[in-house]
Design a binder for this molecule. Structure first.
Ligand code: SIN
Length: 516
């Protein structure tokens, strides 16, 4: 018998949604390398997009997602996301999630980049992720086995079956857990870059583990840079939500000129790749970029988390200017899955940012990520609940050949600098070749090596090098500029002028959509 029915690796929104939906029917373990409340989702300031108003439709949400995604999206995956969003949000409200409401008790809808209407709901102003995670942790903590401070090392596989995971506990002790189903929900790759909105623990672990186990990956080259991290003392100091621009803030340079005014029809609320590239090129030419927030009334009440962050960095929000820099924010690609999270390895699922369902295309639409964790988390849990008699745990795991480990690995800061410089907001063939050659000097040492002897620090570097190499080689192969993948040597073609082209919808009416 396996140790658990289901092991979920990670503790963010997707992981907790899955666990919450599976208990008490299934015996679930959650393994997280930090504490339970230390996930990337906790940092999410933006809210959740869902067509909940009379002026909005799932159709419109679908269209905005595909337009932002530069039509690289899987239409079915987007459809599920948009169509199932309202029902999932209503269920959360019924379970007691207190989304922000006005004095009349109506939900408050915010606006973010590339949305055609106000459709984003929040909790606690700019603390949606934190409240959602607390809500889910309250529901699941006593009903699952929650293993903290334990780093997943490798998936245990037997042929094309995943049968469990090995871990490194505190003090380096190795452990081994078996399960009928394993879910990778470890987040994306933001921590591979110098500037990032992500928690430092987000280092591409899920994709690296899946790659070592032979799972299919997709769209790794698409790394979204969020336009506005707080920039202070030469460092990125965390996210300044796009909702701030949704409330009227504008991007200006040190001359006070608006930098987005003539760049895109949607100006400061253009898709993130467009805004991030504009800021980046202005900074390269020596300008400093600021968010002018002077027109936002009651900023501190609308954005309490950001206000706190500004104060703790010695910046007075009353002065109306926030210095900003773009930073790695979201991986659109990842472990390729179908519409119920199944990867190319039996028994192995991927969820949230670790997965590539195809819903986000080349550039994720704002506030679709917590939503993806919720919608696809539920879909995965439903799939797992329905699995009977196909458990793979009676299989014996393949034994890896243990090779002597004497690795010489670079510093994490060096990996981050190389990734930012050559696989960042803009890329070129020469730069990609350079970083790939550099990563491969380390990858050659890693490939086939037995990871069981490594320290967790070495293991993190191994995962960063593996995920970085996957991103860089995918970026080299995509000889076009699309969404978050911008090649200096392949300018955006005229026919990719997304905002002026009609979308051909797969489904014609919202009625059809609701029956999905
Ligand atoms: C933000 O608040 O700007 C980020 C939201 C998101 O990435 O969806």
């Amino acid at each position: 018998m396996p140790d658990y029915d289901v092991i979920v690796i990670g503790c963010g929104i997707a992981a907790l949604t899955i666990a919450n939906r599976l208990v008490p029917d299934k015996n679930v373990a959650i393994i997280t390398k930090e504490k339970r409340d230390n996930s990337n989702s906790v940092l999410a300031q933006g809210g959740i997009a869902a067509a909940l108003t009379n002026e909005d439709t799932c159709d419109a949400h679908f269209t905005d997602t595909v337009v932002a995604g530069c039509r690289h999206n899987d239409a079915d995956a987007v459809w599920k996301l948009a169509a199932e969003a309202p029902g999932r949000i209503r269920r959360l409200i019924n379970q007691g999630m207190a989304f922000d409401r006005d004095n009349d008790g109506h939900l408050i809808f915010g606006k973010e980049g590339a949305h055609s209407c106000r459709r984003i709901i929040h909790v606690g102003g700019d603390a949606t992720g934190k409240h959602l995670i607390n809500h889910l942790l309250e529901q699941v903590s006593d009903r699952v086995t929650l293993i903290e401070d334990e780093t997943a090392v490798d998936l245990i596989t037997s042929g094309k079956h995943c049968t469990g995971v090995t871990t490194a506990a505190q003090h380096g002790d190795r452990k081994r857990y078996t399960a009928s189903h394993v879910v990778l929900a470890t987040g994306g790759c933001g921590g591979l870059y110098t500037y990032t909105s992500n928690a430092p623990s987000i280092t591409g672990d899920g994709v690296a583990m899946a790659y070592r186990a032979g799972a299919e990956l997709a769209d790794m080259e698409f790394i979204q840079f969020h336009p506005t991290l707080l920039y202070h003392d030469g460092q990125g100091k965390g996210l300044i939500s796009e909702a701030v621009r949704g409330e009227g803030a504008v991007l200006i340079n040190n001359q006070g000129e608006r930098i987005m005014k003539h760049v895109h029809l949607l100006k400061d609320l253009a898709p993130r790749d467009v805004v991030a590239r504009t800021i980046f090129s202005r900074m390269l030419s020596g300008e400093q970029i600021f968010l002018d927030i002077s027109m936002i009334e009651a900023f501190d009440q609308k954005f309490p988390t950001i206000t706190g962050k500004l104060h703790s960095n010695g910046i007075d929000p009353e002065k109306g200017l926030i210095p900003v820099i773009p930073g790695a924010h979201f991986s659109m690609g990842g472990v390729r899955t179908d519409l119920v999270g199944q990867t190319s390895i039996n028994g192995l699922f991927a969820a949230g940012e670790t997965a590539c369902t195809g819903a986000h295309g080349a550039n994720r639409l704002a506030s679709n990520s917590l939503l993806e964790g919720i919608v696809y988390g539920n879909r995965i849990a439903e799939k797992i609940k329905g699995c009977h008699g196909e458990d793979s745990c009676s299989l014996t795991a393949d034994l890896k050949t243990a090779l002597p480990v004497s690795l010489s690995l670079p510093e994490k800061t060096t990996i981050r600098q190389m990734m930012l410089e050559h696989v960042g907001i803009t890329r070129s063939e020469a730069g990609l070749h350079k970083v790939i050659r550099w990563l491969e000097t380390y990858k050659q040492q890693i490939d086939g090596c037995d990871l069981s002897e490594l320290t967790t620090d070495q293991l993190t570097k191994v995962n960063m090098i593996t995920a970085g190499w996957l991103i860089a080689t995918s970026a080299l192969m995509r000889t076009e500029s699309r969404g978050a993948h911008f090649r200096e040597d392949f300018p955006v073609a005229d026919d990719l002028n997304w905002y002026q082209r009609p979308i051909i919808r797969k489904y014609e009416t919202t009625e059809q959509l609701h029956t999905v």
